[in-house]
Design a protein around this ligand. Sequence first.
Ligand SMILES: Cc1cc2nc3c(=O)[nH]c(=O)nc-3n(C[C@H](O)[C@H](O)[C@H](O)COP(=O)(O)OP(=O)(O)OC[C@H]3O[C@@H](n4cnc5c(N)ncnc54)[C@H](O)[C@@H]3O)c2cc1C
Length: 541
Amino acid sequence: MNANPTLADARRLSDAAASLIERALERARGVTESGKRIDDHQVLVERVAYAATQARAAAELCDAVEESRGAGIDGATCAAAVAELARSLIARLEPALDDLGLGDGELDRAFPAELRALLRAAGHESVLRAIGRHCAQTRGRNDWPLDELHDQVRSAVREFGEKEVAPEAERIHRSDALVPESFIRGMAELGYFGLAIPEQYGGSGMGNLAMILTTEELSRASLAAAGSLITRPEILTKALVQGGTDEQKAHWLPKIAAGEIMVGISVTEPDIGSDVAGVKCRAERRGADWLINGPKAWCTFAGRADVLAVLTRTDPDPASGAKGLSLFIAPKDRFDGHAFEMVQPGGGRLVGKADATPGYRGMHSFTLNFENYLVPGANLVGGEGGIGRGFYLQMAGFAAGRLQTGGRACGIAQAALEKTAEYVVDRIQFAIPLSEFQLTQYTLGRMTAMLASSRAITYAAARAMDGDERAAAPLAAQAKLLACDMAVELTQMGQLMHGGWGYAEEYPISRYVVDAQVLPIFEGVKPILELKVVGRSLLAD
Ligand SMILES: Cc1cc2nc3c(=O)[nH]c(=O)nc-3n(C[C@H](O)[C@H](O)[C@H](O)COP(=O)(O)OP(=O)(O)OC[C@H]3O[C@@H](n4cnc5c(N)ncnc54)[C@H](O)[C@@H]3O)c2cc1C
């Protein structure tokens, strides 16, 4: 057994996984006619899409470790993480080998006996236990290597999160209070809302990695009380950058960058969720302006928000599908309770009621009803040319939302890892700290490795989004997919490590568990992401 696996070992395993996935994708393209018949093979596509995501994370982790030249993440952690991913993707593909027209021979070709031995060695419990011991010693500290500029960004946000947000997180969660204004003001002063907004529009233009590091550190302090505040402005920003008129960009982006306006995103309806093209909420012309009518659901932060980005149907023919949708920026007053009613001077009404949720408190997600709600014509995103383009602009926004959510997932998982490391060092049972039990060390090692993979693919997606956003959108979806599952699993592993106290509200791990559970649901619920975003992009010719 190789007791100390290296980056070179990790790379060999990652390359083998990539070659297996390449074969599986090639066959899946044939079976689904290049993705045209995904719905006839949903289970198969789900397997292949997820396995391909794991292979991508393995490759990104190897790249990150190579670039860092061993600073921060060592070769053994990289190899153990890649071994975890490779084992999981083999198990995922194995039941589908016949349907893909690949036999056991394909597995043997990708992972011959020598590589299977390496797989066992790299993921051996002794390796994971050593990683776990290190995690306990450092209390799970995140020292992922970054260049100087990004390191400074992370340190500054970490300080803000620890000083300002973390002390309030428990109170906000337990009383379901709204995010305090002081957080929004503080974040605005520090420029957090403008990180990914181009300088010409008042942002700092520092790019998506700085934005993701900020979101991650804020989510480490609290997913709901601060970590999710940048997500909505980001979604609207991307829609505006992609399809807004010059006047709209000049008007809205500086306000978003300055944190002057808070944004709600209103796509989902009581009867319409994943099938976004089926949105029914209507927008009809009233002179030069528009009247919005209809219910919406799950509009997060809608009470406090100054504007709602509302996806509406402007073509009354339901057969127009996605092509009949347009995006509006609807201004509204601020409200801080769990319910509100806004009446416009002309009689238009917007009524909102927050739905109670087990976690993600502080952001408050509302069911809404628009009644003849007047929106100025100037607020149709893209102007007259934006009629019928709402779906596509919304999807551009969602790519940013998914990247954001990958960052949020890494942040909450980091918090869970640190609190678990602290707990197992302090808690004594059978006269020794829990951290000295082999199984505890092994679990901490796995948690560390899982988080490293998710962080690698999320940061890679952030960098890719700085280039060609459209081309990078599927990678952002993959990052979201993997990181959100990881956060759910990791927080639950941490809870178990806390024993009974992990179920007590006074220990933050119980909050991390309920907060993390929402991550695979919003910004593209997991199965839809797998089939219609990741699967579709990987299977297209
Ligand atoms: C706390 C919270 C905050 C949210 N915030 C916002 C927000 O700010 N703005 C907003 O617009 N929305 C928001 N949402 C809504 C969220 O985006 C939706 O819940 C999500 O898109 C799924 O829609 P749905 O709930 O209607 O589920 P459905 O679409 O009804 O899906 C239910 C299940 O069926 C599966 N399914 C559906 N169609 C298919 C298919 N074709 N093939 C296979 N499986 C399928 C889904 O994957 C899912 O698992 C929020 C949700 C929550 C819980």
